[in-house]
Design a protein around this ligand. Sequence first.
Ligand SMILES: NC(=O)C1=CN([C@@H]2O[C@H](COP(=O)(O)OP(=O)(O)OC[C@H]3O[C@@H](n4cnc5c(N)ncnc54)[C@H](O)[C@@H]3O)[C@@H](O)[C@H]2O)C=CC1
Ligand SMILES: N[C@@H](CC=O)C(=O)O
Ligand code: NA
Length: 446
Amino acid sequence: MQDHADAALEAPLRIGVAGLGNVGATLVRIIQKDGEELTRKLGRKITVTAVCARSRSRDRGIDASNLEWFDDPVALAKSDSIDLFVELIGGEDGPALAAVKAALEIGRPVVTANKALLARHGVNLARAAEESGAQLGFEAAVAGGIPVIKTLREGLGSARIARVYGIMNGTCNYILTRMGNEGISFAECLADAQKLGYAEADPSFDVDGFDTAHKLAILASLCFGCEIAPDEIFVEGITSISQADIKVAGDLGYKIKLLGIAQRSADGIDQRVHPTLVPKTSAVAGVDGVLNAVALETDHVHELLLAGPGAGGPPTASSVLSDILDIARGTKVPPLGVPVAELTPYRRAPIREHEGGYYIRLNVRDVPGAFAAIATRMGAAGISLESVIQRPDLRVSEPGVTGTESRTVVLLTHSTMEQTVRDALQAIKGDGFIVGDPQMIRIEQL
Ligand SMILES: NC(=O)C1=CN([C@@H]2O[C@H](COP(=O)(O)OP(=O)(O)OC[C@H]3O[C@@H](n4cnc5c(N)ncnc54)[C@H](O)[C@@H]3O)[C@@H](O)[C@H]2O)C=CC1
Ligand SMILES: N[C@@H](CC=O)C(=O)O
Ligand code: NA
């Protein structure tokens, strides 16, 4: 009791928030609404005293009457009128970078949800934080509301992690889930994800896989103690996934998820992001809609799966708030789990050919000899097929081809080297028996 009474006498923690969009405005609303309860929990008052936003007149559902307004995020970051700076502008460079750097350089704690910024500049920002003794929190940057950064920095601090994988983009998971469950088009699902505040300002970061890659690069650094290396990641997005793929995969016992996977090997670290067929019985297959899941395979606790909301204003703002509370409590942790000098240079595992099963969808011309030619190419490459399915009911339109000229054929391969599959498909395409490009999706037996 006495401790709390003493702590209540501490000066309030004055927070400055730059960026009052979806996450920023939600954060301010939550702190304004729950302020008294937070103060009771913490034994110290926390309050948003200053903000920086593009428009002063927009109604964001917040009480702006006592807020100091800044037009320049760097001026806010450096202002003596705040104790902690929150960056919710977004973007890997520009004002977000300038403001975060400015705050850290003067020893001011920073909380950000900006994974693009951290993937690109995380090591330098962690170094700046270390040099000035400032704390840098970014729980919201990876898997929205799931406390995965805290788990890695604190809970699993001593574990050796062999592999981290998961669903790390709420927008893509939401799109794939609704396309599958409701048969809605990709474009309509994306528009809804945007309306719900899940998507990035530029949604191509979501659907082309780069947002997942940013998060994976940050996770890989925390898991493996290496530098952050977003450019070393193989990235494939979900824009080529059709209703037909989701339907056939479902009939074969799989769901399609956009996974990020980072794996330690004797030669380095392998990181990849791509749509993946996962068995319906796997834990990640049950993670639908805007939910994310991160699986951590460790030496002692084996597999740990953390699941929860991956995007949206309230869960993201709640992760920002939990970083704020940690900083208010005086928790001190190196941003990347270890001092920057301890990070090992990122070493990409040599282009080890990916080996696994493949889902291949072809639009096969309705002419004699087509199937025999495909089977011959597969056999010659030594690719063993688990199943071959003809789906005349499912047509994937290709420019210039009417429905009756081709039929959808799906092949599932047994474990094969990726290059072998690619070469065989190239040869099949060269034979002229298929229309358009083959669809190829990796299968993971999780
Ligand atoms: N929306 C989500 O579910 C999640 C978002 N994030 C990250 O949180 C950050 C914010 O995301 P959202 O709120 O969704 O984006 P948003 O686009 O809704 O909000 C960003 C706001 O910053 C403002 N802004 C731009 N330049 C500015 C400047 N120079 N000064 C002041 N304000 C400026 C924009 O006008 C906008 O209102 C991004 O880094 C995003 O990647 C992270 C996890 C989840
Ligand atoms: N656009 C992102 C937001 C959270 O990081 C997503 O959809 O996951
Ligand atoms: Na998180």
